[in-house]
Design a protein around this ligand. Structure first.
Ligand code: SAM
Length: 287
């Protein structure tokens, strides 16, 4: 019998006298249809190894274990470990690591547990740290091919947003620099115990073979993108002027003219490629 239905989830919680911890963003999935859709979206096979973040009581872990070569799941909450050990005992291909994913050496784990495998991250993420988890793993350039991850709908919209939309921001650009992003599944609140206060979505992020722009300095590119969005309603000129304290508005306007970008434009109207040009033309002028 699957873990992922409301009565089995309640029975496991009661048997182990488990207390939910809000600080760890614990909302357990109890819907087999959503789990099947997540598995389909992840394109798993017997050569895939999966990294799961936050297995909870193992609803998703169990579905993954049935499909893939190996699952390595990081769970921060020590009180969940004996539960996971019990419910995962029929699945020898599951390894549970009791560690904070933000502190874990994922590169070393991959080298030891899943070298040369097709690797995917599949997870119902703890929402309070969605961005640091994703950006940490993506920016580390680990050999992870795709991320199929549940998160707050609002964050999902930002990650997948296009220029000129209200959700488009520095995070959209940072993520889309590395990955193709799409929202695959919308998820209502009532499929979780306890239900979260927000709607959710499953996002598929596929690593790009090459970034869409080649920039002189990636760290400066990311920093500049954040600076351009710092005050969303301000023009590009004003945001750049706050960032480059040593440059006059005339100098900034002249520099933007070299790449045919209007100083009066707002960052939300500019595509990723434009930020690549801005980053390169201002590279020599950085503080
Ligand atoms: N995967 C389970 C499911 O779908 O039912 C639980 C998902 S729940 C939204 C998030 C899980 O992440 C919880 O089990 C929580 O304890 C765990 N978690 C929270 N912060 C974590 C961290 N920093 N590192 C690893 N796991 C974490």
């Amino acid at each position: 019998m699957d873990i992922s239905n409301k009565s089995r989830t309640r029975a496991i919680i009661e048997k182990h006298d488990f207390r939910f911890k809000k600080k760890f963003g614990q909302n357990f999935l109890t819907d087999g249809n959503i789990l099947k859709k997540i598995i389909d979206a992840a394109g798993l096979n017997a050569h895939t190894s999966v990294i799961e973040i936050g297995p909870g009581i193992g609803a998703l872990t169990e579905y993954l274990a049935r499909q893939v070569k190996k699952v390595v799941a990081y769970e921060i909450d020590t009180t969940l470990i004996p539960i996971l050990e019990e419910v995962m005992s029929p699945y020898p291909n599951v390894m549970i690591i009791n560690e904070d994913i933000l502190k874990a050496d994922v590169r070393a784990m991959i080298a030891q547990e899943m070298p040369a495998d097709d690797i995917a991250v599949v997870a119902n993420l703890p929402y309070y740290i969605t961005t640091p988890i994703l950006m940490g793993l993506i920016e580390a350039r680990l050999p992870i091919d795709r991320y199929v991850v549940m998160m707050q709908l609002e964050v999902a919209r930002r990650l997948s947003a296009s220029p000129g939309t209200k959700d488009y921001n520095a995070l959209s650009i940072a993520v889309q620099y590395y990955c193709d992003v799409e929202i695959a599944i919308n998820v209502p609140r009532d499929v979780f115990i306890p239900p979260p206060n927000v709607d959710s979505a499953v996002v598929v992020l596929k690593r790009k073979a090459q970034p869409p722009v080649v920039v002189k300095d990636e760290i400066f590119f990311m920093e500049l993108v954040h600076a351009c969005f710092k005050q969303r309603r301000k023009t590009l000129l004003n945001n750049l002027s706050s960032y480059f304290e040593g440059l006059s508005k005339e100098e900034i306007t002249q520099t933007l003219a070299l790449i045919n970008i209007e100083p009066s434009v707002r960052a939300e109207a500019l595509a990723l490629e434009a930020f690549g040009k801005i980053s390169d033309v201002f590279h020599e002028k950085r503080c």
